[in-house]
Design a protein around this ligand. Structure first.
Ligand code: CA
Length: 227
């Protein structure tokens, strides 16, 4: 179980971190909203513990962006300073799943983290993930690092097949078949579509995910060759 703590109060962050580590959780921590959002978008967490009052990006805003821009359905447990109806509503409106009011007992916090992580692991997911790239099979929405990406139906099928088979070399014939079944167009069509797909999912970003494996085919991965 992996938990992200986004909390600018170092004492609170450290005590949550120590307590959850003692229960066997793996912890990442961020002290501001910008770092927190980046970590939440680029990693897979079972639960995010999010403080409402944060420097950089404020907690409710961060949660909203996580839900809307990054399409992340990770459970969010909000930490609020006051037990006021407004802060509670603000938290839920932004997409938080639960909240605790400071000061809270670590035991109660851990119990809520456990409930949230179990709830989500029972839910079927329609979202494919490779690094910071996500594709929702149901809604057809594609995001990379929080940015929305539009693809035509052919490129969508191509990307979906690659994302269903991540980190593996996919032969050209298999990609042809995945996109066009038994009726592929001329032999250069795939090359053109791969190039168009690169323009959409890799060109605007630092790290290319779609790799050419010479003589074999293609591979979609966020791992480096020497990893
Ligand atoms: Ca704070």
């Amino acid at each position: 179980m992996k938990v992200l703590i986004i909390e600018d109060n170092q004492d609170i962050s450290a005590s949550i971190s120590d307590y959850l580590e003692g229960l066997g959780y793996t912890i990442d921590a961020a002290g501001d909203g910008v770092t927190g959002l980046h970590l939440a978008v680029t990693n897979d967490y079972d639960v995010v513990i999010l403080d409402l009052g944060l420097p950089g990006i404020e907690g409710a805003d961060l949660c909203r962006r996580l839900r809307q821009e990054a399409q992340q359905s990770v459970p969010v447990l909000m930490l609020t300073a006051r037990d006021s109806l407004e802060s509670k509503l603000e938290g839920f409106k932004s997409g938080a799943d639960d909240y605790v009011v400071k000061p809270f007992s670590l035991k109660e916090l851990a119990a809520r983290v456990k409930v949230l992580s179990e709830r989500i692991s029972r839910m079927p997911t329609s979202r494919l993930l490779v690094g910071d790239l996500s594709l929702d099979v149901d809604t057809h929405e594609i995001y990379r690092a929080g940015k929305h990406i539009n693809l035509n139906p052919t490129l969508f099928r191509l990307l979906m097949f690659l994302m269903q088979n991540p980190h593996r070399v996919i032969k050209r014939e298999d990609l042809d078949y995945a996109v066009w079944q038994d009726d592929p167009p001329d032999s250069d069509a795939l090359r053109t579509h791969i190039s168009n797909l690169r323009q959409a999912i890799d060109k605007p970003f630092d790290k290319p995910l779609l790799r050419t494996v010479r003589g074999f085919g293609y591979k979609l991965t966020d791992k480096n060759a020497d990893d």
